[in-house]
Ligand binder design. Structure first.
Ligand SMILES: [Zn+2]
Length: 262
């Protein structure tokens, strides 16, 4: 049995039997692994609060038989989840991102960038409540890292580059936007003008209400269209449709979180 040392984020934990805990860790070097912490429920001393969800820890574990569940030998805290439990919204936001990583990664697949982003997200939530822009920004970053990024820039069917204000047809089935020529023959939804543009603005780190973006939301018939409230709902709808269709995931935590944002 080899002893491994690694850094990890606790994705999930539950009691197992009378005295043990089953944990799912997202480790820096080995990706997601399932672990058992013997005696963690009994001895307060041994793992005193180190194996709580959202904690970032240094961990030592034994690989038992081949690539099955590992046994945690030691763990100590790098950063606790303190701050995350101060509001339901913070806890649900953290829960959403942890579930995101848990559901969209395979066991033992190393993802340095994803690990760093998750650590950054949890660090952020410890300090402040996320806005919807923050949530969308990190959701897009994670999708990009995992190679599941929808195409918001060119028509996914004919490849034509599209002007920002022409991006109104989104096909969750095709994984991106369609031009006005391709849209009639393919499944799609029509988005309010400015919604896709807002998502791109968030993706680029400018937020959905960046001055440039607001100015660009000019509708020929109606004049300026401000989407501050409508944007969240419309963007959520696009992201949710896409993720459910392609990744076959419906996040429990996301449903709760959505209720809190609305
Ligand atoms: Zn096209």
């Amino acid at each position: 049995m080899a002893l491994h040392k690694d850094e990890a984020i606790v994705l999930f934990k539950r009691s197992y039997g009378e005295s043990d805990k089953i944990i799912r860790l997202f480790t820096l070097s080995s990706g997601k692994i399932a672990a058992i912490a013997k005696g963690a429920n009994k001895s307060q001393k041994r793992f005193a609060n180190t194996l709580e969800t959202f904690n970032r820890i240094n961990v030592e574990y034994f690989e038992k038989y081949g690539r099955g569940m590992v046994r945690i030998e030691n763990a100590d805290i790098i950063e606790t989840n303190s701050g995350i439990e101060t509001s339901l919204k913070r806890a649900c936001t953290a829960g959403f991102f942890v579930e995101f990583v848990d559901r969209l990664t395979k066991e033992r697949e190393r993802h340095d960038d994803l690990f760093n982003i998750l650590a950054e997200v949890l660090q952020g939530i410890r300090g402040a409540e996320f806005t919807y822009d923050d949530i969308l920004y990190y959701q897009l970053r994670m999708l990009e890292i995992l190679g599941f990024m929808p195409n918001f820039h060119t028509c996914v069917y004919c490849g034509q580059a599209m002007a920002a204000d022409k991006r109104i047809f989104f096909s969750k089935e095709r994984g991106g936007i369609l031009c006005h020529k391709c849209a009639p023959s393919l499944p799609h939804q029509v988005c309010a003008e400015g919604v896709i543009e807002g998502i791109v603005s968030v993706q680029q780190g400018n937020g959905s209400s960046a001055p440039g973006f607001q100015a660009a939301c000019w509708c020929a018939e109606k004049g300026p269209v401000y989407l501050n409230n409508g944007f969240e709902k419309a963007a959520q709808d696009i992201m949710e449709g896409f993720m459910t269709f392609h990744l076959d995931v419906e996040f429990k935590s996301y449903r709760i979180l959505k209720g809190l944002i609305a």
